[in-house]
Ligand binder design. Structure first.
Ligand SMILES: [Zn+2]
Length: 240
């Protein structure tokens, strides 16, 4: 390399170093993630807040990951401090009934009561009301859908499960979740499963290394234009 070229390179290097930092480097507020442009995945945690919710929230915060919590009203009532944290730290809150009955086998009055009491418990804890419903066991039908519509909420099921509630093993949960992760996927998990929460730092790191942005359900369903009462993804056998 000639001396002239190397000194030119040196000047170029200085120019790059001195170039003003891009505006977003200073902006405290992050651009919202556009899931039609980047790889997104929504981790969802059901039946909580579970007893390990605090540890899970610490992990999500550390890795700047967002999640969606489909809460049971009875636990939103008994562990309001976690519900408050979830909302304050940018996670999404969904309604998963008050005591987890199968809605397809419950009376209309029971279903409405289960949904309303959970809305009330979450609002009392966090000041916000869920806008998404996940019926217990993902069990729904025409009647449940009509009630969801009356509550102005779409029904959010899942594209795949982590099977954490039956695997109860950190490595197996991670392997299963990585096998079913896909862009704009919605993964079913549980924050009452200790191994799920224990394995979360490694799982999040691996997903982020694969290019996934961990976002809320509302982020990944944005382009679906769901109406109240709609179920997404459609349960097997349901027509568009
Ligand atoms: Zn559940």
């Amino acid at each position: 390399m000639s001396r002239q070229i190397s000194s030119l390179l040196a000047i170029a290097a200085v120019c790059v170093t001195l170039a003003p930092a891009p505006a977003f480097a200073q902006a405290p507020k992050k651009e919202p993630v556009d899931c039609s442009q980047v790889k997104c995945l929504a981790l969802t945690f059901d039946d909580g807040p579970g007893q390990y919710a605090g540890t899970l929230l610490d992990t999500l915060k550390k890795y700047d990951a967002k999640a969606t919590f489909f809460l049971e009203g009875q636990y939103a009532k008994s562990r309001p401090q976690f519900v408050k944290r979830m909302a304050a730290e940018g996670h999404e809150l969904g309604n998963h009934s008050y005591k987890h009955p199968d809605f397809t086998k419950s009376s209309e009055a029971t279903i409405k009561d289960e949904i309303q009491k959970t809305q009330d418990a979450v609002k009392a804890a966090a000041g916000v009301e869920p806008k998404l419903l996940r019926p217990p066991y993902g069990m729904t039908d025409v009647r449940v859908s009509e009630i969801a519509e009356q509550f102005d909420m779409p029904q959010i099921l899942w594209t795949a499960g982590s099977k954490d509630w039956s695997l109860k093993n950190v490595d197996a949960i991670q392997k299963q979740t990585l096998a079913v992760a896909e862009p704009n996927g919605i993964i079913l998990m549980h924050d009452w499963v200790k191994q799920t929460v224990d394995g979360m730092p490694a799982l999040i790191k691996t997903l982020q290394n694969k290019g996934y942005h961990l976002v809320t359900v509302s982020d990944v369903i944005k382009d679906e234009k769901l109406e109240p009462g709609d179920a997404f993804p459609l349960p097997e056998g349901w027509e568009q």
